[in-house]
Design a protein around this ligand. Structure first.
Ligand code: UD1
Ligand code: M6R
Length: 397
């Protein structure tokens, strides 16, 4: 039932405050003043010790589910202290890549029925790894055949383009990182900030959904374009890939997500005054403090983590400068209040989004891309919920 919406994709984009609330329900515990804030993932509590002792955590998925895992990779590495590697399911199978019995392999799948992901699961089980599922479908093959896992509880997703499952998958993987890292005392403050951020996430999504009309206006400008590039890095490399995937699969417009650090290694050659380019340059939470102080002594004294964030953000500023120097047609996504500083002198179109805890920023940042893809599709007259040639669940290889 689409209710008051015209399409399932539109409904599923707009119901993300509610789907995220259901994903988080009962899993975030905010104790009294003397009690630490913690995460409880019922399906994993007996396996956390094994996961902490693993040699690697390997994320496996396809399409949007792979992108969600990519978005969660930095926080998983930071909080777990375990190296995290990424595998597209079909590529792991093509290579017969190495999986060890000391690995924890996390299978991310909305449907829980994707053929490549299922075959990769069989392969990892044969190799003796601990197999964890992150699925939206209770009773699906992946949910049944993994040793343990977490249901994302986003509710049934009908549009072929995955939207609400993506945001819930990232939220679950952030909780997974929190649960795995729960016994590291030095990171307690960081974990509590993320838990607070998760509690507030549905509100932030409500806020970013107000960009609907702005994204429709942008879609009108882009309606006749052949191509769209999206540059992102760090937490938002995944946003670039997923934003481009949404535009490609439903609006049937060529779109490419590019790791901004790779810009000079090829993509820069494409830049001219016609090709529209979105640059994701939202701030990381810790960085704001350093930025406002603008004090290099403080920068030198700051922790390695703060320095890393500053560098990562200023790198994105330099990407913008270089694209502008080549007369690039820029659309910059930045944190609220940053429009003037990301694009001094004007000349770029700016999308301002609410700032959240850095590792949760991809959950907020994807929403304008979902809205853009939706409006572009409607304006171009294509089928939103059933893009040509695609199926919701890819059950054959
Ligand atoms: C579970 C119940 C939920 C109930 C809650 C109360 C189910 C499906 N969930 O939620 O209705 O409100 O307890 O405490 O009955 N699993 C896998 N692979 C996967 C996904 C899940 O093996 O891909 C397993 C988990 O390890 C767990 C079970 O399925 O044993 C349920 O997982 P999940 O729904 O995430 O657990 P809870 O959130 O505790
Ligand atoms: O059900 P799954 O999450 O395993 O599906 C994986 C991909 O087929 C899926 O995410 C696909 O890329 C979507 N159509 C993207 O919107």
């Amino acid at each position: 039932n689409k209710g008051t919406y015209k399409h399932y994709m539109q409904k599923e984009i707009h119901e993300q405050p509610e789907s995220l609330t259901t994903t988080l329900r009962g899993r975030l515990l905010r104790g009294g003043s003397w009690k630490a804030k913690t995460v409880l993932l019922g399906g994993l509590k007996d396996h956390l010790k094994t996961i902490r002792r693993s040699r690697r955590i390997v994320f496996i998925g396809c399409g949007t589910s792979y992108n969600a895992a990519l978005a969660a990779r930095p926080i998983m590495e930071e909080l777990s202290g375990v190296p995290v590697t990424m595998e597209i399911a079909s590529d792991l199978l093509d290579r017969q890549g190495l999986i060890y019995r000391e690995d924890t392999v996390v299978f991310v799948s909305q449907s829980g029925e994707t053929a490549d992901t299922l075959l990769a699961l069989e392969y990892a089980l044969e190799n003796g790894a601990l197999c964890v599922g992150i699925t939206n479908t209770v009773g699906s093959v992946i949910a049944r055949n993994t040793h343990c896992g977490v249901h994302i509880n986003a509710g049934c997703e009908i549009g072929v383009a995955s939207t609400k499952a993506y945001t819930s998958q990232i939220a679950v993987m952030a909780m997974l990182a929190l649960a795995i890292g729960a016994d590291t005392i030095s990171k307690q403050e960081r974990r509590e900030a993320i838990i607070d951020g998760l509690f507030d996430l549905p509100n932030k999504i409500r806020e970013v959904l107000k960009l609907d009309q702005e994204m429709k206006d942008l879609a009108k400008l882009l309606i006749a374009e052949q191509s769209l590039l999206v540059f992102g890095r760090g937490y938002n490399y995944a946003t670039a890939l997923e934003g481009a995937l949404k535009v490609k699969e439903v609006a049937l417009m060529h779109s490419e997500g590019i790791l901004a650090g790779e810009m000079k290694h090829g993509p820069l050659a494409l830049v001219d005054e016609n090709l529209p380019i979105v640059v994701i340059a939202t701030r990381d939470a810790c960085f704001r403090l350093v930025w406002f102080l603008r004090n290099y002594v403080i920068l030198l004294l700051s922790t390695a983590w703060h320095r890393h964030l500053l560098i990562s953000n200023s790198k994105q500023q330099s990407v913008i400068q270089q694209l502008r120097a080549r007369k690039g047609r820029l659309i910059v996504m930045c944190s609220k209040g940053d429009a003037a500083s990301v694009c001094p002198g004007g000349g770029c179109r700016v999308i301002e989004v609410p700032q959240v805890e850095d590792c949760l920023q991809p959950v907020v940042n994807i929403v304008p891309f979902q809205l853009l893809a939706y409006h572009l599709t409607v304006l171009r007259g294509y089928n939103v919920d059933q893009p040509r040639n695609l199926a919701k669940s890819v059950t054959t290889q």
